[in-house]
Design a protein around this ligand. Structure first.
Ligand code: FES
Ligand SMILES: [Fe+2]
Length: 414
């Protein structure tokens, strides 16, 4: 009952209160922070709500995907001017475009007229971006070239209607973009990774094939799954476990921008006969798995590398793009070899896809809990620390930049 004279709250106000304060998200952030500060030998999984809550997801989109370096794909996959690759996030539609001067620009795909999408979804090639809706025409750098009949409007200024562009970096052949003009550059925080994978010559590898899919799981379910191999014995009992047994995995200390673990192969297994020195021998008998925060995973295996990029399109829906990289020419790029590798990868992915969808259903159950993590999931625990750091200590004075309103930045080299 209210005190006499105190204003009474309407039913609508009561309903609105948790939404405006994001009480649910605040509690989840507290839970995340508690977990992230625990010692590694007492590490726990994230609170289930972190994978299901709309407000928490909105926070991630703003503070992580609106501020971080996000991978779009490989620079070598867009070699010619006008070649482009698109990326869909829950709150952004962007494309990496090869420019006429050879550089790569990452632009918004959203037409400045009435928001139709430009370019070819997935990727394609064009001389100019012509909007399919009312035929506005943009140059490859996003400059508006033509807008039928708009010249009749005295207030129309073509220069105000170019496509926003974003900061771009190409790291070891991967194209990244960042919507935050104040973010630190990507490469320095991945120095250790670049050093560790130097012998794989990543920047020189070419794409054998790319697979795309949508998984019915939160992006972190998918990313964490790809960063640990504790699940090999459960999810891949005949495809991976016989060759890369769960219990042989070895997690190493990661860094500010990544986690890392190694899965030795069984004795006698080799991706191909070693022909070089020690580094090459080791490469041919293990998986080296690196999670590049927030949403890219590299799996280095012998002379080939697969990469997994996870793009959240909803709280429980994640678009994944998987690329298979091989040295130019040679046995790995052979058609029948690629077909076989593709078949194996598709099988493993279908096992992971089904497993992640099941985990997502479990997380949505009211009795889901934050369970203890194995030492083989150190990578997952380290990822929690990264998340906590990015989501709870980013109380910056400036609001997160909008992905649709970033001023032009110089295109990246590629
Ligand atoms: S929405 Fe692009 S021209 Fe109208
Ligand atoms: Fe898996």
């Amino acid at each position: 009952m209210s005190a006499p004279g105190a204003p009474t709250m309407t039913r609508l106000e009561k309903l609105m209160l948790p939404m405006t304060r994001n009480v649910g998200a605040e509690r989840l952030l507290e839970g995340l922070s508690r977990i992230a500060h625990a010692p590694l030998d007492r590490a726990q999984a994230l609170p289930p709500g972190c994978y299901t809550d709309e407000a928490f997801f909105a926070l991630e989109m703003e503070r992580l995907f609106g501020r971080e370096w996000i991978c779009i794909g490989r620079a070598s996959d867009i070699p010619e001017p006008g070649d482009h690759l698109t990326l869909e996030l829950a709150n952004a539609q962007v494309m990496a475009v090869r420019q006429r001067n050879g550089e790569i620009a990452v632009l918004s795909r959203v037409c400045r007229h009435r928001a139709a999408l430009l370019g070819t979804s997935g990727g394609g090639s064009t001389k100019l971006f012509v909007c399919p809706y009312h035929k506005w025409v943009y140059e490859l750098d996003g400059t508006l070239r033509g807008a039928p009949t708009l010249e009749q409007n005295p207030g129309f200024r073509r220069e105000d209607c170019g496509l926003p562009s974003f900061r771009t970096e190409v790291w070891l052949g991967f194209i990244f973009f960042c919507a935050d003009p104040a973010a630190a550059p990507l490469a320095p925080r991945l120095d250790q990774v670049a050093e560790r994978v130097r012998s794989y010559d990543l920047a020189e590898l070419t794409t054998g094939f790319v697979l795309e899919d949508v998984w019915e799981a939160n992006w972190k379910v998918a990313f964490e799954n790809s960063c640990e191999t504790y699940h090999h014995m459960g999810v891949h009992p005949s495809s991976l476990e016989p060759f890369f047994p769960t219990l042989g995995a070895r997690c190493e200390a990661g860094g500010a921008g990544f986690n890392l673990h190694v899965v030795p192969a069984i004795a006698g297994f080799s991706f191909e006969p070693a022909t070089g020195g020690d580094a090459q021998s080791a490469q041919s008998a293990q998986l080296l798995i690196i999670g590049v925060y927030p949403a890219l995973v590299l799996v280095l295996s012998g002379r080939t590398v697969s990469w997994f990029a996870f793009a959240p399109v909803g709280v429980t829906r994640t678009r994944i793009r998987v690329g298979w990289l091989t040295p130019k020419g040679g046995q790995h790029a052979d058609g029948s070899r690629l077909a076989r590798d593709r078949e194996i990868l598709e099988r493993v992915l279908s096992e992971d896809r089904a497993s992640c969808a099941g985990v997502q259903l479990g997380l949505g159950s009211r009795d889901a809990a934050s369970g203890p993590l194995s030492p083989l999931e150190r990578t997952v625990a380290e990822f929690s620390r990264y998340l906590a750091e990015r989501l709870t200590s980013v109380e910056r004075a400036d609001p997160a930049p909008s992905l649709g309103s970033i001023a032009s930045a110089p295109p990246g080299q590629g």
